[in-house]
Design a protein around this ligand. Structure first.
Ligand code: EPZ
Length: 419
């Protein structure tokens, strides 16, 4: 597995662009299975999870062509309805395909999904939602077998505003007879982007971004070209990295309203932040005061996908911060690694008590998941001395050459490829 070698202590400066959102792209790629024509997606990010989804679409019969950063997906022969374990288990978003495949082909046989090891990651809400739409589901031999021959629009109430379940049910309902309403739907920006994408293909979907989404069944969809939204988690990761090392940076191509929950944390801090049409300018040259508390919640609450990164900033801020992780039960694997670097953090169940220290010290640390790995990289950037971050393949799932992004801003970071 590749690793990063970081010589910490360099302030970040310069300008950096944010790519298209991984979690928008993955859901939109799943939605492509609803098409019987050709889809053109622009600015395709080279994240490993996106590559894996493209492999799955190919397995299902889609023809994929890449021209520069466009990906052209010809779904005219996409009649595959099976996703084997060796592909499904590599990425969480494989489960999003269930709804699209059943919606279009009225049958599916999909192995259980994979994804970051940050918790149990059940799919009960996905299956309950599809069963409400009259999909017959059998779970046997490690597969989810679906019969959607009597697919029918219905009212679905989600016990929890699950992002994936909302997306799965939306996609499954597009070709269902009649109207479907999803209550207690997730409101993430990626859900709105998914709605905008399927509507650009002729689907009738309304209400994404609110807790009630309505889908009126249609018979067919047409071709489209689409550019997904920018990645709010990468934008937030860069902001936190800048605040952690000290910086004079510009972050471009940001949907600012998508990360207000982070931006407002910097209010009354010594960070000088200016926001203007898609750009965040950040000036930080002092040790920050603690945020006091950070609680992860479904959108528009503070995103769980920024919890590990913000913990690093709090670990070197003045004062104590209480961080509560409400979404994933084991999303604190980065804590032990930060403690190796001198952080003072105590975990009690879903709560981490972070007592800020003056500085962290370089060490050899392991990344166990995508955002935890990004957090440890940020810790290395600000630590005194050298840090080795192992298993950076986890980071490659959702950041493209993160080492090059940070070195373009003046960090001393190199990737050592595992030979
Ligand atoms: C999506 O995961 C994202 N992944 C995650 O990003 C993100 O952290 C998460 O949403 C929350 O925002 C993709 O979009 C590919 P959920 P998902 O269903 O859909 C429980 C990253 O780092 N739940 O909203 O799996 C679940 O256990 C990744 O980019 C059920 O109980 O998230 C969790 O506690 C990590 N039953 C909570 O809901 C279900 O059937 C939130 O999960 C489904 C979920």
């Amino acid at each position: 597995m590749d690793k990063f070698i970081i010589n910490g202590g360099k302030k970040l400066s310069g300008s950096i662009d944010v790519p298209c959102a991984k979690n928008a792209y993955l859901a939109i790629l799943a939605a492509c299975m609803l098409s019987s024509g050709t889809i053109v997606l622009n600015k395709c990010p080279q994240f490993r999870d996106v590559e894996l989804m493209l492999q799955i679409l190919t397995k299902l019969g889609c023809k994929i062509e890449k021209i520069e950063d466009k990906v052209i997906i010809d779904c005219s022969n996409a009649t595959g309805y099976e996703i084997p374990q060796k592909l499904a288990s590599k990425v969480r978003s494989s489960i999003f395909l269930l709804g699209a495949i059943v919606g279009k082909l009225k049958k599916a046989k999909v192995a259980y999904p994979g994804g970051c090891d940050i918790g149990n990651r059940p799919i009960d809400l996905h299956l309950k939602g599809l069963r409400t739409l009259n999909v017959k589901i059998d779970e046997k031999h490690g597969f989810i077998m679906c019969d959607g021959s009597n697919l029918k629009g219905q009212t679905v109430h989600l016990d929890y505003p699950s992002v994936g379940a909302t997306e799965n049910i939306m996609l499954c309902a597009i070709f269902a007879k009649g109207t479907t309403q999803i209550f207690n739907a997730a409101k993430e920006p990626e859900i709105v982007d998914l709605q905008n994408f399927v509507v650009s293909m002729g689907a009738k979907v309304y209400g994404a971004g609110t807790s009630t989404i309505t889908i009126v069944g249609v018979d067919k969809l047409h071709d489209t070209e689409y550019t997904p939204i920018s990645d709010r988690i990468i934008a937030g990761t860069y902001m936190i990295a800048g605040a952690t090392t000290g910086c004079n940076i510009e972050i471009n191509n940001v949907n600012i309203e998508d990360i207000y929950s982070l931006i407002t944390k910097f209010n009354n801090s010594s960070c000088k932040i200016s926001l203007s049409n898609g750009k965040i300018k950040m000036l930080s040259d002092k040790r920050l005061k603690t945020f006091g508390s950070v609680e992860t919640l479904p959108y528009p609450g503070f995103p769980t996908d920024l919890q590990p990164q913000v913990m690093v900033l709090q670990a070197i801020s003045k004062g104590t911060c209480v961080i509560v992780e409400n979404l994933f039960e084991t999303r604190f694997k980065h804590v032990a690694e930060l403690v190796k670097m001198g952080a003072d953090i105590t975990v009690r169940n879903r709560m981490a008590i972070v007592n800020g220290v003056d500085k962290l010290f370089g060490a050899e640390v392991q990344s166990y998941d995508l955002r935890g790995g990004a957090a440890l990289t940020i810790a290395g950037l600000c630590a005194y001395g050298y840090t080795t971050v192992n298993n950076v393949e986890h980071i490659d799932r959702g950041y493209y050459k993160l080492e090059e992004a940070f070195s373009s801003l003046g960090a001393d970071i190199k990737r050592i490829k595992d030979v």
